[in-house]
Design a protein around this ligand. Sequence first.
Ligand code: AMP
Length: 548
Amino acid sequence: MLGLMQDQPLLISSLIEFAERHHGDAEIVSRRAEGDIHRTTWREVAVRSRQVANALEAEQLLFSDRIATLAWNGYRHLELYYGVSGSGKVLHTINPRLHPDQIAWIANHAEDQILCFDLNFLPLVQAVHAKCGTIKKYVALCDADKLPVDSGIPNLVSYESWMGSRPGTYAWPTFDENSASSMCYTSGTTGNPKAALYSHRSTILHAYAAALPDVMALSARDSVLPVVPMFHVNAWGIPYSAALTGAKLVFPGPALDGKSVFELIEAEKVSFAAGVPTVWQMMLGHMQANGLKFSTLKRTVIGGSACPPAMINAFQQLYGVDVLHAWGMTEMSPLGTLCTLKNKHLSLPSEAQTAIRMKQGRAIFGVDMKIVDGDGNELPWDGKAYGDLLVKGPWIVKEYFKGEGGDPLLPDAEGRGWFPTGDVATIDADGFLQITDRSKDVIKSGGEWISSIDIENIAMAHPAVAMAACVGVAHPKWDERPIVVVVKKPNGEVSREELLAFYQGKTAKWQIPDDVVFVEAIPLGATGKILKTRLREQLRGYQLPQSA
Ligand code: AMP
């Protein structure tokens, strides 16, 4: 017997309809590439999303055709999120920090039909358009009078002239909720990138889950600043969860330096912000140097790479801001776990609570996870056993776009597939996940594993250290030994010996790095993560000290 509830597909268009009807006057504030602040509302975004949908109808595209963006976080990008997916096309957000050849490669692989881009990326589009064979139209996200002349880009129009004259009425179509809605290519440090292809259903379920109290706790009382880019995994789903809750949205545009982000938080009374550790590092540096305090920020979700404990402490103790440490990946839409305490933890002393907050947190309903040994046997949840982390759930990929890389899933006893995350982790008895490493970054020393994240976190707690990366170096006796590569703060002073002494008592003796290498900068990838492959290349020829 089937239930007798209405059969209504979960579609992204329902989010913008809801936001328009129930939260029409909630604000969407954007710092534009031009530097000025633009203000609009969910109501206007809804109207303009329908104008975008009408503009797309006029292009005679097919259902599921891909529309690409090269854009910062801003209201026009938000309109494309809804106009493109809502009308049955697929929004392909491209990471502008990728190499131009890689951008052309993925535009061709995705068979993008239209590319919408912020004017800051004009030189990039000029460099790649000749190689992007499938793109028929280029839309510059600007007013008609700002459209560059003699750009050399064929079929170039301004966004405002393209969609501006179209009607603001449009009946969002109804279709299968499993239809593709958006796509994002993985960072692809090795080989060609592969695309996660999200569906309407996966996006809506993820949006519900992200808003839950033990996840981002979003509400109509929040002013939300996604510093995490809309070109990477849909800004962690915030553009959707904000519509679902009626939150105010604040977009930083291209200005991601500490001063600009801090000023925007203060000016727009931001209560909740989301970003990767490197962005917050810049902002905390700016605040500390200028003796600044937050007046409205209450919570910040930090993920994408391990959040150093020193950063969690700084937010918590210096500024009274709750850090929600999160873990996820492109293939997971991206949220997998988020760290919030349980009721029984509330009576623990603050150090014990802090120790829990350092972990990546508990699985969100919808994400099933387990850790396994090399033979695929499940390992205990005791906070000590570490193994390969596997996940499954309705917002986790089952395969990549166009079947690239074959079937990624591993079967279990019931024949259902688990997605191998490539991360190594422990899970404790309360279900709190702790990421030890990427499996390829873990350091194997004398048959034991050393977590590069642990070694980096200790260095990051030193007041003179701005950034630290730990890598393994081949060793004749121990197989590999860790060294730590360090960027000092502008006025930071610390010697190799002082930093090694700083490790004493903070980790087992045999895990203390054998050397410290000071550098001007550590290579970061397109999503702000440390590029260990490139770092290892830079260290080629490096010799461990004789004593090691
Ligand atoms: P991406 O798909 O580019 O977002 O990268 C996903 C990967 O980033 C994960 O598989 C982890 O290796 C890493 N990652 C994400 N969040 C965290 C976190 N909080 N701590 C440690 N690693 C993380």
